[in-house]
Write a protein that binds this ligand. Structure first.
Ligand SMILES: C[S@@+](CC[C@H](N)C(=O)[O-])C[C@H]1O[C@@H](n2cnc3c(N)ncnc32)[C@H](O)[C@@H]1O
Length: 304
């Protein structure tokens, strides 16, 4: 974390990696965001899952190990765990270890017939999975349009990692947020209750606790903008006064109105997304909601 924070603050456009949103409080705030009226992705993706369970089940096949990188609360996954008797093992993977272990305890209690095997790992690096249920089909579940948080070249590297996990016989079930009316997009990242603002600023508290930096969350305001050229929502923390931050004895001056870029959320058209995955996966099926706000896609690995 220290290395990445220093790299971000030394850059001309200051940035902090979005994975540091998630300590226990960040995970809790994210859950609150998913319940907001303005935040359409979670409820839309849930409704797509719920309305197409039979077809999804047919595509996923028999005797499945479900692997979920960035599983968070695993709330959405429960829809699959509840309904798909073909799942013999569920492997939630998350960087937020304490939260993951708490969720795993609840999952073991609620699904005694499924092997629950949590893995604390950073999915931006190659992941070593525990060797269990080797004969099961490896289905990677990557909902929430988390793929939209990756730069296109990072997304390419991620698909390569996932292709390694699925092998030739598995598949990828992925949620992808789609391009749409700008107001709907902007409201989703600028909610009226200020929960997204609290989530954005909580990253500073998290970083302070881990590496002893002295960010002052009150000296920043939350901002979310649409970048038309890149086709993405950007979240920033904008300094509301000029001040100095100290990290490991190194000082950084941040001017009033200067931004620290904290997250990107790329929005795709169906054809752009199909092109993006094409070196590693082929799109087999796309499910959407009636307004075409969001898509859930089943991809199968291309032979390598
Ligand atoms: C937005 S939540 C998504 C939860 C769930 N997949 C869903 O769609 O509702 C993102 C989760 O990914 C985890 N996460 C973020 N970056 C990660 C990384 N690089 N490696 C592993 N987990 C990560 C966070 O800790 C958080 O629990």
């Amino acid at each position: 974390m220290l290395t990445e924070v220093l790299e971000g603050l030394r850059s001309r456009q200051k940035f902090l990696p979005s994975k540091y949103f998630y300590d226990k409080e960040g995970s809790r705030l994210f859950d609150e965001i998913t319940r907001l009226d303005e935040y359409y992705p979670t409820r839309t993706e849930r409704s797509i899952l719920e309305s197409n369970l039979e077809d999804i089940s047919d595509h996923l096949g028999e005797k499945i190990m479900l692997i979920e990188p960035g599983s968070g609360s695993s709330e959405k996954t429960r829809i699959l765990l509840d309904e798909l008797s073909s799942i013999c093992c569920y492997m939630p993977i998350d960087i937020s270890g304490e939260y993951l272990q708490k969720v795993a305890v609840q999952l073991r209690r609620d699904y005694p017939e499924i092997t629950i095997e949590p893995v604390v790992a950073d999915y931006t690096h190659a992941i070593e999975l525990p060797k269990i249920h080797n004969s099961a089909r490896k289905i990677v579940f990557f909902p929430g349009s988390t793929i939209g948080n990756f730069e296109p070249d990072t997304a390419m590297r991620f698909f390569k990692v996932i292709r390694g996990l699925t092998g030739n016989g598995g598949g990828l079930l992925i949620g992808v947020d789609l391009k749409k009316d700008l107001n709907i997009l902007l409201n989703a990242y600028n909610d009226s209750k200020g929960i997204t603002a609290a989530f954005n600023k909580n990253m500073l508290t998290h970083i302070n606790r881990e590496i002893g930096s002295d960010f002052e969350p009150g000296y920043f305001d939350h901002s979310a903008i649409w970048n038309e050229d890149k086709g993405r929502i950007e979240m920033h923390l904008i300094a509301n006064r000029s001040h100095t931050i100290t990290v490991e004895g190194e000082s950084f001056t941040i001017e009033e109105s200067e931004s620290i870029h904290t997250e990107n959320s790329y929005k795709y058209s169906l054809s752009d997304f199909s092109d993006l995955v094409s070196p590693w996966f082929g799109v087999r099926k796309v499910w959407t909601d009636p307004k075409k706000y969001f898509s859930l896609q089943y991809l199968s690995p291309k032979p390598q």
